[in-house]
Ligand binder design. Structure first.
Ligand code: NAD
Length: 326
């Protein structure tokens, strides 16, 4: 089986690639495991190929048809479409966000349509498609009302994917991902970057700035569970998805205060003392418009699951990243 990950050099792309290589197979549309013979990692930057002969790391701009035609052919049976510019960047650069998050998504679907073999395409959407006046628990039928360009681009791409699936051009599935925490590495341009920073930096003995109030509620998922969900999402039985290809992924609803309390439970007062609250109206406006909890009964009914306890998420981060507590 030939598999493509767009954004294959990114945070989730690299983790997904590593997990797929370790598993060695993916279920085909009939539910039978098929060996992964080629894993193409497309990104604007060079992806790590893990020294594995099955990996083909392709550098190219996903917004160019010629690049997509180089990496998608009638043998490409599974596509994880992760390439994107993140929320803060899409807000700061409108044209870039439209080009990568929207135009390139449509182009990818078009190239799949042109190939004519109805590949499975999994698209990663976000909490940012919701916004405005929201119920405490967002339901599957809560209207989309994004309050950022990133959210609008994701919402439009969701609709496109649903329609390309309805027309039989792709076997599409959309996972709306919670904010991923704890993300290793450096802060990024996502408005939600602090959701990892306020845990990661204090665990590294460094100061962290929290730009939102302690009462801000977030909908989170660990990197481990995110990768598990991407694979399970791609392998979902197409018939079970029917004519609604979008799933709100299970996660954990925590306020920033509860996140800090969980950090205290795991790493003590010395760690939480490194967090400084400095409200930033720009970040509060974007993140405050996102839902803090949504109904996940449909995804759970299809076998997907999230976490129950944020302290355990921190513990799994410490274990995965070999962090020495200070
Ligand atoms: N991490 C999260 O908290 C989160 C939450 C919700 C949704 N998502 C979505 O999940 C997906 C993956 O997120 P991530 O955290 O790995 O992000 P990331 O920024 O680490 O990865 C995205 C990758 O896309 C690549 N890319 C950007 N422009 C490109 C272009 N023109 N051509 C080819 N590649 C390009 C980037 O170089 C990057 O490696 C994205 O679609 C994101 O919107 C992530």
């Amino acid at each position: 089986m030939k598999v493509l990950i767009t954004g294959g050099a990114g945070f989730l792309g690299q983790r997904l690639a590593r997990e797929l290589l370790a598993r060695g197979s993916l279920k085909d549309p009939q539910g039978a495991p098929q060996a992964i013979t080629e894993l193409v990692l497309l990104d604007v930057v060079q992806a790590n190929n893990f020294g594995d002969k099955r990996v083909r790391a392709e550098v190219g701009d996903i917004a160019k048809r010629s690049v997509l035609e180089r990496v998608i052919d009638a043998q490409t049976s599974a596509i994880f479409h992760l390439a994107a510019v993140v929320s803060g960047q899409a807000e700061a650069d409108f044209d870039l966000g439209m080009r990568i998050n929207l135009d390139a998504s449509r182009l990818l679907l078009e190239v799949c349509r042109q190939c004519g073999h109805r590949p499975r395409v999994l698209f990663t959407s976000s909490v940012a498609v919701y916004g405005g006046e929201l119920p405490d628990v967002v339901q599957n039928d809560t209207a989309l009302n994004p309050q950022s360009s990133y959210g609008a681009q994701k919402a439009i791409a969701e609709l496109l994917l649903n329609d390309y699936a309805r027309r039989g051009f792709v076997d599409g599935r959309v996972l709306r991902l919670p904010t991923i925490s704890v993300r290793p590495g450096k802060p990024n341009a996502a408005a939600s970057s602090f959701a990892s920073g306020i845990i990661r930096e204090p665990l590294n003995g460094e100061a962290a700035v929290c730009p939102v109030a302690g009462s801000t509620r977030l909908w989170l998922l660990s990197p481990r569970k995110a990768i598990e969900s991407l694979i399970a999402g791609l392998e979902l039985d197409s018939a079970a998805l029917g004519n609604q290809r979008v799933l709100n992924l299970p996660g954990i609803s925590v306020s920033v205060d509860e996140m800090v309390a969980a950090l205290r439970e795991v790493a003590g007062d010395a760690a939480t003392a490194r967090i400084v609250f400095e409200p930033d109206a720009r970040v509060e406006k974007i993140v405050g418009s996102w839902p803090g909890r949504w109904d996940t009964s449909r995804a759970e009914g299809l076998g997907l699951s999230g976490e129950r306890n944020f302290a355990d998420v921190i513990r799994s981060y410490i274990e995965d990243e070999h962090i020495q507590l200070r």
